[in-house]
Design a protein around this ligand. Structure first.
Ligand code: NOJ
Length: 721
């Protein structure tokens, strides 16, 4: 929200700025790597690929290398922001140049991808979303902001609010899964956690909601690919999560790389101006994705970089992340009148506003080396990372083997059980090698003896196999889409080999996306979906396996039976005229089921819950629904109670189910509780063929249960009051 005092200071400053200085504010520069070693970045990457250098060595080399932050450009007022300047000392040095050595002394704003922790890496967002816990999401965001701000960072390119219904897309790892409500709540909690209600705090970060919009719907699950959908679907399924995160107060928004029905988001006026600013009243800063403005030439929407700059700025883009198109061309575009001066002033004002809001003009040096050192990876941070990991792991199968009894002789199989650095997952740019603990590390720490299974040796004598399978950290995330979601042949062979021994097998799955776990179901007695759990991976896994923690997480994206089910796997698909059935001419596959292997909302506990006595009534505000949930097992547990609805007859075909609300109930053995939900009537609304938002009278079905497949039903004859 605009503050009169800040607006006045912006106007004062604007009136003093030259055209060149204004353009300089629009430019975000990245640092180039120079000097310190004799190899080019490409050569280093090749050496890692062909095994001449380990990733750890490369990481060390690159992070110790000097970066050129283009000081002369900064001095000349040609840089308004940096991408990825990590370290308070270096940041203060650059800030000093901006504040002391430029004509107007405008401070820099420094942005970085703090996605799931800064130094203390927490579970990847897809994992953390499975906790269905807004308080946890906010607390981990707060922790990452404390660490990142101490390292000289002012803004994080997070939260990602992209609804992700296709697990082939590698960036599903960065999302809260396939549901709009969950992505919105996740984004909202992250914004609150990063920003607090006072951005001038030294431990606050500005949040940047991305990737606006519908990046998660990239065709074929292929990164950067086209997105084409009906306006109704866009409004109902994809926009709400960004809206919620923006309205939580996020001060920046990043348009997506992709085109949306033919218009790249970077030059999409409808998105950047009509929806974001006019409809939602956003008055923060927009910043392109990396090089995305220049890439509008590749899209074939701009003739050249100059034309791309013109279109992006006129559409409502404020800052150019690293492409240099604004820096090179905006002066001339304004001089020729192709970009109105008012639009340039607006963009500069948005950027200055955020700098004022962060307090950077009055207080440009927000951290120093001592604060930085003290903030990182503290015992309290490790404890929170462990809690987050415990709450994010989903127990997918358990034939009674878990929790493991103390004293069982363990054999450890699968390379991921030993590889600590794979545990960080994607987007862990400030992670330090060795910070994470593997399963092996945790067993060692707890002095639990184990034998390691070697490929070329007979199987060790043991009581139970712990078998790690799945993906490493680079197999999901940006530019890491997959055509096949099947387990590797090596993983399947390992599972079979262990199963043939006759000893029980626990499969621990690491991944940044849902995978086809059929072979694990066939060969393992228990399956724990651990995702990429972060620095406390191993300890948290043992907490769950040994029953010190009762698992409570539930899937926020369904798991496929076969890769070919994508992209039609998601739970809130609309109804067809021929729903899948035994009859041949129904909507199904010849060679795979239609249903996911594990449905949305699914996750087991070491106790069981019984649902009964569902009721639902209309109220003035919407629908009030209740259900009784009882813990019928012999240990305490948390149950994520999910409330869905279905509109059986409407003017447009509606989803088979839609998540409306949820609550996590902590129940002691035998305890039962009435859980109530108030669903606002707007939740039942949708867009008709002419794009009118309508709420129909008529039957609404309420379905409540422990996952989308197992629910009880109550009906409400809904009438507009
Ligand atoms: C590209 C990614 O798409 C975006 O999410 C990220 O914030 C920027 N690069 C900056 O690293």
């Amino acid at each position: 929200m605009k503050h009169p005092e800040i607006e006045k200071r912006i106007q004062d400053l604007l009136s003093k700025m030259t055209l060149e200085e204004k353009v300089g504010q629009l430019h975000q520069a990245g640092g180039s790597i120079v000097g310190a070693f004799d190899l080019s970045l490409e050569e280093i990457l090749t050496m890692v690929q062909d095994g001449r250098m380990t990733e750890e060595e490369a990481h060390k080399m690159i992070s110790n290398a000097k970066r050129d932050w283009h000081e002369d450009d900064l001095r000349a007022g040609r840089i308004g922001s940096y991408l990825g300047l990590v370290g308070s000392e270096e940041m203060n040095r650059m800030q000093h140049i901006a504040v002391e050595e430029t004509r107007l002394g405008i401070p820099l704003i420094n942005g970085f991808d703090v996605i799931h922790g800064f130094r203390t890496i927490t579970p990847i967002p897809l994992a953390e979303s499975c906790a269905w816990d807004t308080d946890l999401w906010e607390r981990t965001a707060r922790m990452s902001a404390e660490e990142a701000a101490a390292a000289g960072i002012h803004m994080t390119f997070s939260p990602m609010a992209d609804v992700s219904k296709d697990p082939r897309w590698g960036r599903i790892a960065e999302s809260a899964g396939e549901d709009a409500l969950l992505n919105g709540l996740y984004g909202e909690a992250k914004v609150k956690g990063y920003q607090t209600d006072d951005l001038t705090r030294h431990d606050a970060l500005a949040a940047c909601v991305k990737h606006f919009a519908a990046y998660g719907a990239a065709e074929g699950g292929r990164d950067y690919n086209r997105v084409d959908m009906s306006p109704q679907r866009f409004e109902e399924e994809y926009l709400p999560s960004y809206e919620r995160a923006v309205k939580a107060g996020a001060r920046a928004v990043m348009p997506a790389f992709n085109d949306l029905s033919g218009v790249p988001c970077s030059v999409n006026k409808k998105l950047l101006t009509d929806i974001l600013r006019r409809r939602w009243g956003f008055d923060g800063m927009t910043i392109s994705d990396a090089n995305a403005i220049a890439e509008c030439v590749n899209h074939g929407i701009a003739e050249d970089r100059r034309d791309a700059a013109r279109q992006a700025l006129n559409a409502g883009m404020d800052m150019d992340m690293t492409s240099g198109c604004f820096l090179d061309h905006v002066k001339e575009l304004v001089e020729t009148g192709e970009v109105p001066m008012e639009r340039l002033d607006e963009a500069v004002s948005d950027i200055l506003r955020l700098k004022f809001e962060l307090g950077l003009f009055d207080d440009p040096y927000r951290s120093g080396p001592e604060q930085e050192k003290a903030a990182m990876l503290t015992p309290a941070h490790r404890a929170l990372a462990r809690e987050a990991a415990q709450r994010s792991m989903v127990l997918l199968r358990n034939d009674g083997l878990l929790p493991l009894k103390a004293g069982l002789r363990i054999a450890l199989a699968g390379k991921l059980a030993f590889e600590k650095d794979e545990m960080s997952g994607t987007w862990a740019g400030s992670y330090q090698p060795g910070d994470c603990k593997s399963i092996q590390d945790a067993l060692d720490e707890e002095h639990i003896a184990y034998r390691a299974v070697a490929e070329d040796q007979p199987l060790p004598d043991c009581d139970v196999f712990l078998c790690a399978i799945g993906e490493g950290k680079n197999e999901s995330g940006e530019a890491a889409s997959r055509a096949s979601l099947e387990l590797t042949e090596a993983d399947i062979a390992l599972l079979k080999r262990l199963k043939e021994s006759g000893k029980p097998v626990v499969a621990v799955v690491f991944a940044g996306r849902p995978l086809c776990l059929g072979p694990a179901v066939e060969n393992a007695d228990a399956i724990l979906m651990a995702w990429h759990p972060g620095v406390e991976a191993g300890p948290a896994i043992l907490d769950v396996l040994y029953g010190r923690v009762n698992p409570s997480a539930k899937l926020t994206a369904g798991f496929p039976s076969a890769s070919g089910q994508c992209p039609s796997l998601y739970y809130d698909h609309i109804r067809t005229g021929r729903p899948a059935g035994k009859f041949k001419y129904t909507s199904k596959y010849l060679d795979a089921p239609v249903e996911p292997l594990f449905p949305f909302g699914f996750g087991l506990s070491y106790t069981s819950f019984r649902y009964s006595d569902i009721s639902a009534v209309q109220t003035g505000l919407g629908i009030h629904a209740e259900i009784t949930v009882q813990n019928i097992g012999d240990r305490a547990g948390d149950e994520i109670v999910q409330c869905y609805f279905r509109d059986p007859v409407a003017r447009r075909v509606r989803p088979v189910r839609k998540l409306a609300a949820f609550e996590k109930a902590a129940l002691r053995p035998g305890e039962s509780r009435r859980i109530a939900f108030d669903i606002p009537k707007a939740a039942f609304g949708y867009y008709d063929q002419d794009m009118n938002f309508v709420i129909d009278d008529g039957l609404i079905e309420i379905h409540i249960g422990g996952n989308v497949r197992d629910t009880l039903q109550a009906n409400v004859d809904y009438r507009s009051l």
